[in-house]
Every structure is written in C-alpha cells, then in structure tokens.
Design a protein around this ligand. Structure first.
Ligand SMILES: Cc1ncc(COP(=O)(O)O)c(C=O)c1O
Length: 515
C-alpha cells in the first residue's frame, strides 16, 4: 500500500520535464526517457536539486565517504578528469597517454610504499576492486604453482575489509576468519594455527577500517615467509596517509614493503590521495605475482582480449585525475593536509576521552577515530541524536561503535562535533529508552541478533526494496511495516523492547564477548 501511495504522489508531482508515463489501465511507476530532450540548463538545475537531502560533506559534518580538501582542489580535479573523460583505458595502444599516466601513478605509489625497483602494479576503480584482484591473483598463482589444492582458503583477521569477503564469494576462496586480540590487532598465533595445506594467502590491514589499528605486519610477514605464502597488506585506507604521518614523526609500526614477506599492498588514491572517485592502486613485489591478475581470452570472435583487472571499459577520467592530483599535491601538499588531519584527530581523541559516557577503541595510528559508549549507554541512540544535528558517521558493530574518518576540512567543525557529542551522550545516558526508538532500535537489534542468517535475510529484503522497480531508498525506522517481510525488522516492530531484552541476555551469556 505504501509503495502505491508513493507512486500516486509521483504522478501528482509534475516536476519540470519529468515524463511520468500513464497507461490506461494502471499508472506506471517508471521514469521514462522524455519524448523531447530538455535543455541542458533545465536538466542540470533539476539534477542539482536532487542533492537537497544528501550528506553535507563540505561543511565538515560527514565523517566518511568523501575526502574533501576544498573547492580549488575539486575544480582542478574536475578539469583533469574532464580532460580525459571520453578516453578508454581498455585499449592502451589506442590511448597511450592513459597507459603512461597509469604507469607513473603506479611508480609514484610504489615509491611511497617503499617498494623496490621490481615492484609492478595496476590502477583499479577502488579499494574493493584492488582487494578482489589481490585475491584473484593469489588464487590463480596457487592454481599454477600448487594445482593439487582443490579448495583454496585464505587466513584473515575478522577486521579485514569486507571487500576480501566479497572476493572470497566471487572467486571461490574460502575465508578463514580469525578473532582479533584484545588490542584490536590481528592475532598472529591464531592466524598461524588457522593456516593449513589449502591456504593460498594471508592478509591483514594497515590500518583496518573498524578500529583504525595497524595489524602486526612484521610478525605476519615472518609467518608468510615461514609458510611460503603470499601476504597482502590492505592499505586502501592508510596507504596515502601513513607515509606522511611517519614523516611528521607520528609513532607507527612498520607496515609497507620494507617488511620482509609482504608481497602486495593496496592503497586508494580516491581516499587520502584526494583523487576523484574510481582510483586505487594494487602494487605487487614483482611480476611473478601480478601476472596472475591478468585475464586473457584468445578465442572470442570479437578478437583477442586482454585485461589487467575487473572492468572492460576503463574510464580515463579517474586515471588522469589521480595522476594530476599526485603531481599537483606534491609531498608538501600531502604533508600539510596530513598535519591538519592529525592535529584534528588529536583534538577529537582528547575531547572524546573527556566525555564520561564514551571511550576510544583501538590504537592511535591513523587520522580516524572509533568511539564506543561505556556501560549500557546506546551508541546508536547517540548517533541518531547526532544525525538530527546533521552529523553523519559510520555505525559499527562488535562492539557497537562509531567510526570517524578525519580530514583536514574537519578542523573547523571538530569543536562543534565534540560539544554536540557531549550533550547527546549525556542526554542518552539519562534516557535509555532512546535505544529502542528510531534507527537506534534497528541498528541495536541488527548488531545483537545471534542468528546472522536472519539479519542477512532482512538486509536482503532491504536490498530488494531499494533495487525494486521504484528504486526507493527505504526509511530504516519503518522497515517491517506493510509489505516488507524481513523477519528481524518484524521482530523490532512487533516486540521492540522485549526482543532487545532477550537479545541482551543471550549476548551477556556468550563467553568472551568484547563489550
Ligand atoms: C581498509 C579498507 N580497505 C578497502 C576499502 C574499500 O574501498 P572502496 O570503498 O574504495 O572499495 C576500504 C573502504 O573504506 C577500507 O577502509
């Protein structure tokens, strides 16, 4: 019913130039290509109006998703991107300029990651593609060198980015997840125990996203050498920040190619490299690893086809913008931004430590902060209140926590964030019932449900609704009502408090629960 009501609303809303086709019997809930093209100005104006409810990243109120460093840099990026916006990196013979820029980006990144002269790599569309390719290359290398392995696996800390799980799913490599230690770092001994005859890769992070801590890369490198396994370090988040922090004297463990045993590193230029979206690098120790990343088909009637990574068409814009950014930023530009972000992170950490209801999680390695709540104060209710004040951040689980990625442009907003956070945390501590309201109830429940298959089922329903013909973004506070049959959502809506109390009980009985 709700969906139908929305369709009717859209039919009433004859926005400029949107052609809502109506067939005689029943209204169609599709936007169609207009019968007559509209003016560029008209289209661009309407498109800009869509942004009204989007995250306000320019004001420094969004602690994820966008790595913004001012309009001047954005304008420059757009120019660089647009210079190559039609070009296609699929055929490097046709667009030698793109191949040249990709090679130079890889070389600059290799230097930054302290790789030696034999290092090689490719650009990819982002961190997830880099991780997909690292796993695919390791799988194909094992197929070649250890053909007797029929069911390959990889040994991973639970905190490794979920892109590796996606790779496991896509490429049929079983992930063996190993619980992290109490200091939020990978547990090397447990990872060693988990390795077996079918292990083809170990991987860890510098730093991992959830608690922003660098795994013990040196010890894991030794493990990789002992076991003669490739070792991937996911530095998608930190690869373009940690080197500058090290130069600024911030104490850090070694994590890059200086560590013996590391065979590949992923690092995202579209994060702290400040390039436009669609730019990451995957660097290997040498060609003996990279060559297994390539896909080559020789029998297709369309011709011989060779491709270094996931896509076919490779947009030129992100490659060009990545090259241009690195050239324009220079070491001095990166260090200046890193210093601002580092100082802001210090301020945030000190501020959060001073809020009695909150605590910090993880080591201080990076320009990001993860905070959780003390006692029974609901992190998600605090996040809801903060969202009402316009603050966006990632909500995490195991334990419930909030992740803040800190950028130079958060420098001005950090004090206001801390002031709002202190107020919201104090308010939620006095009003525990807020944990059962709004999105907090949904996040709280999702984090606690012990049968993860139920959660998966419910999220599947959310995805189906989001990608249904109407393509609507669901209201998370209303899931489970009406036509959605997500079991978890229904439990929240019907049994709210009781269900939460039961889950609390179940969770408190679990041994070794990290609170
Ligand atoms: C450590 C780490 N690896 C990989 C990724 C995936 O990157 P992307 O979102 O560009 O695919 C992220 C994203 O935040 C990350 O933090």
């Amino acid at each position: 019913m709700r969906a139908f009501a929305r369709i009717l609303l859209r039919l009433d809303d004859k926005g400029p130039g949107v052609n809502f086709a109506v067939c005689k019997e029943k209204p169609m809930n599709r936007t169609t290509i207009p019968l007559q093209g509209r003016s560029h100005d008209d289209v661009l104006t309407e498109m800009s109006s869509f942004r009204e409810h989007d995250a306000d990243y320019k004001a420094g109120k969004t602690w994820s998703l966008v790595y913004y460093c001012g309009e001047e840099h954005s304008d420059f990026l757009k120019k660089a991107h647009n210079t190559y916006f039609s070009e296609n990196g699929l055929n490097p013979m046709a667009f030698k300029s793109l191949k040249r820029m990709e090679a130079e980006v890889v070389q600059m990144a290799s230097g930054l990651l302290n790789a030696d002269q034999d290092a090689v790599g490719t650009m990819t569309s982002g961190g997830t593609e880099s991780l997909l390719m690292a796993v695919k290359a390791a799988r194909d290398r094992a197929r070649k060198l250890k053909p007797w392995i029929r069911r390959p696996n990889m040994v991973l800390p639970t905190t490794i980015h979920v892109g590796v799980d996606k790779a496991a799913h896509y490429f049929g490599v079983r992930p063996i997840y190993v619980e992290i230690s109490d200091d939020f770092r990978a547990n090397v001994k447990a990872m060693e125990k988990a390795c077996n005859r079918n292990t083809i890769l170990i991987a860890a992070s510098a730093p991992q996203y959830p608690f922003v801590t660098i795994d013990p890369i040196e010890e894991l490198g030794q493990l990789a050498l002992r076991k003669k396994l490739p070792f991937h370090v996911d530095a998608c988040f930190g690869g373009f920040m940690l080197p500058w922090l090290e130069r600024l004297g911030h104490p850090l463990p070694l994590w890059d190619f200086r560590v013996p045993g590391v065979t590949s590193i992923s690092a995202d230029i579209h994060k702290y490299g400040y390039a436009s979206k669609g730019a990451s690098v995957l660097i290997y120790k040498d060609m003996s690893y990279l060559k297994h990343q390539f896909f080559i088909s020789t029998n297709w009637p369309g011709g011989i086809y060779a491709s270094p990574s996931m896509p076919g068409t490779r947009p030129g814009g992100p490659i060009a913008a990545a090259w241009a950014t690195m050239m324009a930023m220079g070491e001095d530009g990166y260090i200046e931004l890193a210093k601002k972000a580092l100082d802001t992170t210090k301020r945030l950490r000190a501020g959060i430590e001073g809020i009695p209801e909150l605590r910090l999680l993880g080591e201080f390695h990076m320009t990001a902060v993860t905070w959780a709540a003390k006692d029974d104060v609901s992190v998600f209710a605090i996040a809801d209140m903060m969202a009402e004040r316009g603050w966006g951040a990632d909500r995490q689980q195991n334990p419930p926590s909030i992740h803040l990625t800190v950028n130079a442009n958060n420098a001005e907003s950090a004090d206001q964030y801390l002031a709002d956070l202190a107020e919201c945390a104090a308010h939620v501590a006095k009003h525990p019932e807020l944990a059962d309201e709004g999105e907090a109830a949904m996040y709280g429940m999702m984090a606690k449900v012990p049968v993860r298959g139920l959660v998966k089922h419910s999220i599947g329903k959310v995805m189906e609704s989001m990608y249904s013909a109407s393509g609507e973004v669901p209201d998370l506070t209303k899931l489970g009502e009406g036509d959605d049959d997500g079991i978890v959502m229904k439990m929240i809506n019907r049994y709210g408090d009781q269900a939460m109390a039961v889950l609390d009980k179940i969770n408190s009985m679990k041994p070794g629960t990290r609170a």
